[in-house]
Design a protein around this ligand. Sequence first.
Ligand SMILES: [Zn+2]
Length: 352
Amino acid sequence: MTRKAFKIAGEPVTLGQSKDIRLEISETYTGDKTCVPVRVIRSTKQGPVLLVTAAIHGDEINGTGIIHDFLFGTQITLLKGTLVLVPVVNVFGFESHERYLPDRRDLNRYFPGTAGGSLASRIAHTLTTELVDKCDYCIDLHTAAFQRTNYPNVRADLSSPDCRKLATAFGSALVIDGKGPIGSFRRSSTKRGCPTIILEAGEPWKIEPTVMKIGLQGIKNVLRELGMIRGNIRRPPYQVFIRKTTWLRATVGGILKFHVSPGDFVDESQPIATNYSILGAEQSILKSTVSGIVLSMATMPAVKPGEPICHIALVSPRQLARYEKKLNNAKNDPHNQVQVDLATSLALVQAH
Ligand SMILES: [Zn+2]
């Protein structure tokens, strides 16, 4: 797509220019402007416009760390196109270390929003018209919700060829198919012609070094796919497109000890965790009901019956055996170290 006059919040950014812009999205109680910080980097040559956003849920700051690392930890030269980086979308939530907006609404359910709607809807509208509608592709960075951690995975509507292209290139081992919830940023943006994928990685309230590496590598891979930077795409040792997932739930109120880590391959009936009642009288071993890969785990070891403790992506035993072989082969390959290191760095407290 060609655009000579690229403008955000009325500020023009010319070819070859890099500019920091404050996009006004709302006001504080005292009437001061509330602005989203945006960095725009333009190559001297026209090309695709890639938007990278983080902290649409204000407590999910791994993505903020990824964008920060991208800006200060790497020297990139754009061959063509424009990069629009937004390290904090939900500035209200970011200020208070919370997922939601001050009115308790989830901003990520109000897209595309309307100019005269609720606080959430107005913010969504500004972000849609000032950012999404001016970009060709988007990567939105998330973490697990409160008291959970996610093994890095990309989520995308694989029926959209462009989303599939971005998701494959990003290079996450796990890619989960789906359009996203109604009103979500990625669903709305993709529908409006800005194919959007999300990364779900790590925990809220943290900036985790291994998640940084995966995120950074993923963004660079997408830039390579779009011809915006030099170099070859770093592929993961294996990549699986997931269409079905399932949650394992606690059976008694008490304490939880895990036998697996995020990213582990599990067989059907394999013990996932032991659920102890508080005085230890009851001990139930929670077993996987499927064969698959551990996608997400509870980080809070105190549980009540029915609470979700482990999210498993369904993968057939035959596929698992194939991926295990590929993962083992990759252990000696320095290019694949990021992926191989993941499981150990994200490991939680294990049962004896
Ligand atoms: Zn999120």
